[in-house]
Design a protein around this ligand. Structure first.
Ligand SMILES: Cc1cc2nc3c(=O)[nH]c(=O)nc-3n(C[C@H](O)[C@H](O)[C@H](O)COP(=O)(O)OP(=O)(O)OC[C@H]3O[C@@H](n4cnc5c(N)ncnc54)[C@H](O)[C@@H]3O)c2cc1C
Length: 406
């Protein structure tokens, strides 16, 4: 016997867990049976003096979505760091651009949040809602619906059999569902690795996110803070250092002191010396994009549909935009009395998201190539362009609003 659901979400990372919670809180939650399948265990917990090396810059639009499922307060209670300004500069030229929240009549441009903090907060919220969470369990087989309206069938690694009118794959960049369902995917390696860790800096970060572009890849220092008896210690940053593979290997081989010195130098000592570093992790960088996000009874969201270079910190924000749109379409469908497997729902979702995601991926690719080039006319163009835009408040604010998700 198989258990049947209206919607099964595969993967309870931030994207999948947020989608399930959003659905459960609406009319879908009252009328439909919803399940989530998660392969992993609970996210690691980091003490006050440690940070998760994996962080994301969450846009105000993503914050709003997390507020709509009553999660943001839990997240803030644990630990988030707002940033009010952003500085981006060309490490091999003179171009520089700065964004300030007050220019946009806002208090913040976004928040840096540790991945384990967000996932824990959303999963905790999910546990309070009418959603069946099956964990730990991994999807092993998938049988597509042969005719419109027929359910998709799944088998889990504990041999449980499930069926659903709609299966949503939120199982990340290496999506097993995408593979089992045979979605064609464009994929290539950037031939870069991201080195991530937490560092302590001599100067406080002043709630500013900073990124220096180099030919070998961008280096970002994203502000973090730690609670102390008297307030916040704002001398911590999460680094995302995207570097060509050979350089990444060289950086990983350095001992702690040599790494701190190299990082300080390559960051032009904008925050003084780097006084301490935690353990470094390295992540290979790929661009992947499914050519289609949907098949009858199946939809891809988040990194299962698209993963991009972290240089603009937009991957997760795009995934949460997918969630917002798919949840709205499903909510509209349930109110109209449609089945969750009705193909028109996922078609509308794909129409709304595919072009937007492709545009962002194209922009990231353009940035990467522009800054990865030492050709003198291009160097001149990017420096003049960056500094020129910095003097044009309207253009600059339009870029910032796009990054904020508005
Ligand atoms: C270095 C780096 C920095 C980044 N910085 C930013 C940033 O600043 N801002 C931003 O917006 N984005 C950023 N990103 C992108 C962001 O991390 C991803 O877009 C985001 O984590 C994707 O979330 P997801 O929920 O789609 O997938 P994941 O977080 O990968 O979650 C997938 C979930 O599915 C589960 N799963 C996998 N397979 C199965 C299975 N077969 N059955 C059941 N469950 C399964 C996994 O256990 C996991 O919980 C960054 C990425 C990198 C690499």
């Amino acid at each position: 016997m198989s258990e049947h659901y209206d919607v099964i979400v595969i993967g309870a990372g931030l994207v999948g867990a947020t989608l399930a919670a959003k659905l459960a809180l609406g009319e879908a939650g009252r009328q439909w049976r919803i399940a989530v399948i998660e392969a992993g265990g609970p996210p690691q917990r980091f003490e006050n003096h440690q940070f998760d090396p994996r962080v994301a810059a969450l846009s105000p639009a993503s914050q709003k979505l997390l507020q709509s499922i009553d999660c943001w307060a839990n997240l803030e209670a644990e630990r988030v760091c707002p940033y009010r300004a952003m500085e981006v500069w060309d490490g091999e030229g003179t171009g520089q651009i700065e964004f300030h929240a007050e220019d946009l009549h806002s208090d913040i441009l976004g928040h840096i949040v540790e991945n384990s903090v967000t996932v824990r907060a959303v999963r905790r919220r999910l546990a309070e809602l009418d959603v069946t969470v099956i964990q730990p369990a991994r999807v092993e087989t998938l049988l597509k619906s042969e005719q419109p309206g027929q359910p998709v069938r799944l088998t889990l690694d504990d041999r449980r059999r499930l069926s659903a009118n709609l299966v949503v794959a939120a199982d990340g960049a290496q999506s097993r569902v995408r593979e089992l369902a045979g979605f064609a995917t464009r994929e290539w390696s950037y031939r870069q690795r991201a080195i991530v860790t937490t560092v302590r800096t001599e100067e406080p970060h002043n709630y500013t996110a900073r990124q220096r572009f180099m030919r070998t890849g961008p280096l970002a220092l994203l502000p973090l803070r730690r609670r102390t008896e008297t307030g916040w210690d704002a001398h911590y940053c999460s680094i995302v250092w995207s570097a060509d593979t050979a350089l990444a290997e060289e950086l990983m081989a350095l001992d702690e002191q040599a790494f701190c010195e190299r990082l300080g130098r390559d960051f032009e000592h904008r925050l003084g010396a780097i006084t301490d570093t935690a353990q470094r992790l390295t992540i290979p960088l790929h661009q992947r994009h499914a050519r289609q996000y949907i098949q009858p009874g199946i939809a891809l969201v988040g990194d299962a549909a698209h993963s991009i270079h972290p240089l603009a910190g937009q991957g997760l924000n795009l995934g949460l935009c997918d969630v917002q749109v798919l949840a709205e379409e499903l909510e509209r469908a349930v109110r109209r009395g449609l089945s969750s497997g009705d193909y028109s729902i996922v078609r509308r979702y794909q129409r709304a998201r595919l072009g937007d995601n492709l545009a962002m991926m194209g922009a990231m690719e353009g940035f990467k190539r522009l800054f990865g080039n030492s050709n003198p006319p291009l160097t001149w163009l990017r420096n003049t362009g960056m500094s020129g835009i910095n003097q044009m408040p309207l253009a600059k604010n339009a870029i910032a609003r796009r990054a904020m998700g508005f």
